[in-house]
Write a protein of this length. Structure first.
Length: 354
């Protein structure tokens, strides 16, 4: 990635004056994370630096930590109301009223670390996202940040089969909470990240999903639960987006629009790689500790994929009836690409295959 970055910078510098031009656009970008957070460090900061380089200083982005302008769950509204020009966040922050937001960059049991970005950039994923945001929200969107598989759970009880989920108090949320409750009898509980440690320690939760190994380790969940369960089929891979109101985006000349989107793509690729390296190091430390690692059975993986697809298909069909075609577009695109990948990726050399 460093080589690609240097090549891009060289091309930009060849086409522009070597000395920075005067700043033409100064925008504020809101996000949900704080300045010390892994999403801020891995995605937002690199994106802002890339924008400065690739626009030759013509665009300046001022980041605002989560909560600066109000609830982090109202960031899209802050863009729509003109409080900020741009924002970065997970689409799931928009809730599930429109199933698009529950599946576009976070499809349970969906695309993995290897297949997610190929689908986003070459398989039609980002195009569907942009079409939806443009048509139904009056915004321009592009992917800004992607991450690897989460841990399925830190748990006080072992889980290997779907039948083991029945009755368990499971900290999770969104579409995955609906799936494990409806199909497998779990008792989903929505708990803020700051409360998970204490509830696990006091047995107020049986198990929790939260994030990737490095982020979970930083929060100490392994200290208050015996079992670490993997793989995180609920979040095989995931992504964030940046949004700008269409009328604001269109004030930019085409060369700056292209530079900003390229800056986001570079930050996304590099951020994914940073997450993976940090997670590998965290896994090495966790596996050397006192926890017991439990792998979900192959049957669990198959059964949850069938359930997730059935749930998503029902949501898509209901949305289509209301005149919203996008959940169906996403469902068709993700499942077709995943099936294509599973059936034809056997030629690929990978250092680990389950």
């Amino acid at each position: 990635m460093k080589l690609i970055r240097l090549m891009v910078i060289a091309l930009v510098l060849c086409g522009t004056a070597v000395t920075a031009q005067a700043q033409e656009f100064k925008w504020r970008i809101a996000t949900f994370d704080g300045e010390t957070g892994s999403y801020w460090k891995n995605f937002l900061e690199p994106f802002i630096k890339n924008v400065t380089i690739l626009t030759n200083g013509r665009v300046e982005l001022e980041p605002l930590p989560g909560g600066t302008l109000g609830s982090i769950f109202k960031i899209y509204e802050q863009v729509d109301d003109g409080l900020v020009e741009m924002a970065m966040m997970p689409p799931t922050f928009l809730g599930t009223e429109d199933p698009t937001n529950a599946t576009i960059l976070a499809f349970p049991t969906g695309l993995g670390v290897d297949s997610f970005l190929p689908w986003v950039y070459s398989g039609g994923g980002q195009e569907i996202l942009q079409e939806h945001r443009r048509e139904r929200m009056g915004m321009h969107s592009f992917v800004l940040g992607a991450g690897p598989t989460e841990l399925f759970a830190h748990s006080n009880v072992p889980v290997r089969e779907t039948s083991d989920l029945k009755g368990l108090k499971y900290r999770t949320l969104g579409n995955w909470a609906a799936i494990v409750s409806e199909y497998f009898g779990a008792a989903p509980t929505t708990v803020p990240g700051s409360e998970i440690y204490g509830m696990l320690e006091k047995q107020g939760l049986d198990l929790t999903e939260y994030a990737t190994p490095s982020e979970n380790k930083n929060r100490g969940f392994h200290e208050v639960s015996k079992y670490i369960i993997y793989p995180g089929v609920h979040a095989n891979a995931w992504g964030f987006e940046a949004v700008v109101k269409l009328e604001t985006w269109e004030t930019l000349p085409a060369d700056l629009q292209a530079a900003i989107e390229l800056a986001a793509r570079l930050a996304t690729y590099e951020g994914m790689n940073r997450f993976i390296v940090a997670d590998l190091q965290a896994m090495a430390e966790l596996q050397a500790g006192g926890n017991e690692f439990v792998r979900l059975s192959d049957d669990f993986i198959v059964e949850t994929r069938i359930a997730a697809r059935e749930w998503a298909a029902k949501q898509a069909a209901e949305a289509t009836k209301t005149g919203n075609p996008y959940p169906q577009k996403i469902f068709d695109s993700v499942t077709a690409f995943q099936d294509l990948w599973i059936a034809n990726s056997k030629y690929m050399g990978m250092d680990y295959r389950p």
